[in-house]
Design a protein around this ligand. Structure first.
Ligand code: PEP
Ligand code: MN
Length: 338
């Protein structure tokens, strides 16, 4: 349910509605807009008589939100969400490139990558310290030592850090270091993890599960937002299909419906989406054209020696070439690269 306040509603009017919603054992989510404030209501609203709110001073109207996801829906939140970070802002009209190696492998390669990215205007580096691997015998990531390296890279270069949180056990440590906490495809419906990052002070990059529908994906975003963390960036990373010419099928066709149904920003990961480095640049350019707000791309100083996902990682030269093409495409597509 959404309570829309009058343009002239006072702060006291808003507080009164918030207090009444709490008395109804529901959760209020005040959303100040350019013209007026709206107050989203979550919880079991079916049992509630909305007339209790309708009669309060300053209330313009009550709108029932029909979708199962509420806070993540455009019905409840008309304006686009911009996720503001110390280094940049992610949202429509801009185009944010996030790049880095699949895994933190050493301090030397992380610093080298961070310096390379900052010198080219890329302000967010993604690298995993905790890795979800299909085989227990594959490299599992450097863990806490990897987080320390990421922290030092930010300290030395000023780059923002995007890194994956695999389990609630390491939530405090990851939250401390990350500028954005990544939730991986395999954890998209790990509800205890979603509830934990709903309490985090850092934005969340929520990857789409490999067989998740758009509705399931937005319901997962809803878990994070229901906990009070409204800074969610969606990430399309490909889904499982019968196709075997690529690792996954990058579902760029999900971008326009995401924009229609939700106000959350969406970035595209053409690296996991294709699994092959040759296919990454064309799909990256297509993602911008499809309306994505940015990219998550795996790059590596020496892709053929990478400890994970080398086959889909671009080397620095190929990445730089792609950046140039994205910059050229940004203008006709009315985007500012950041
Ligand atoms: C990754 O980003 O390196 C990763 C493991 O991605 P996903 O969760 O999309 O498979
Ligand atoms: Mn990877």
């Amino acid at each position: 349910m959404l309570v829309v306040m009058h343009k002239q509603a006072s702060a006291e009017d808003i507080d009164r509605v918030v207090a009444e919603v709490k008395r109804m054992n529901l959760t209020p989510h005040p959303m100040p807009g350019a013209l007026r404030t709206a107050i989203g209501i979550t919880g079991n609203t079916g049992a509630v008589d909305p007339r209790r709110l309708e009669v309060l001073p300053g209330v313009l109207e009550l709108i029932r939100v029909t979708k199962p996801y509420k806070l993540a829906s455009r019905e409840m939140h008309l304006d686009d969400t911009y996720v503001k970070l110390p280094q940049t802002t992610i949202g429509p009209g801009t185009f944010t490139v996030i790049a880095g190696p699949c895994s933190v492998e050493s301090e030397e390669m992380i610093l080298r990558t961070a310096e390379f990215l900052m010198a080219r205007g890329v302000r967010l580096m993604r690298a995993g310290a905790f890795k979800p691997r299909t085989s227990p015998y594959s490299f599992q990531g450097m863990g806490l030592a990897g987080l320390k390296i990421l922290d030092r890279a930010r300290e030395r270069t000023g780059i923002g850090i995007v890194t994956e949180l695999l389990d609630t056990e390491n939530a405090d440590a990851v939250e401390e270091v990350a500028d954005i906490i990544q939730i991986g495809a395999r954890n998209m419906q790990n509800f205890s993890l979603l509830k934990r990052v709903g309490k985090a002070r850092k934005p969340v990059l929520l990857k789409r599960g490999m067989a998740a529908t758009l509705e399931e994906w937005l319901m997962s975003a809803e878990y994070v937002m229901a906990g009070g963390n409204y800074n969610v960036v969606l990430c399309e990373r490909g889904v499982r299909t019968f196709s075997d010419h690529s690792r996954n099928t990058l579902d760029l066709s999900v971008v326009p419906p995401v924009k229609k149904l939700s106000h959350l920003p969406i970035v595209v990961d053409p690296s996991h989406g294709t699994g092959k480095r040759d296919y990454v640049p064309p799909m990256a350019l297509a993602a911008m054209a499809a309306g994505a707000d940015g990219l998550l791309i795996e790059i590596h100083p020496e892709p053929d020696r990478a400890l994970s996902d080398g086959a889909q990682s671009l080397d620095f030269t190929a990445f730089e070439r792609l950046l140039g093409q994205l910059r050229a495409l940004a203008k006709p597509l009315e985007r500012t690269m950041n």
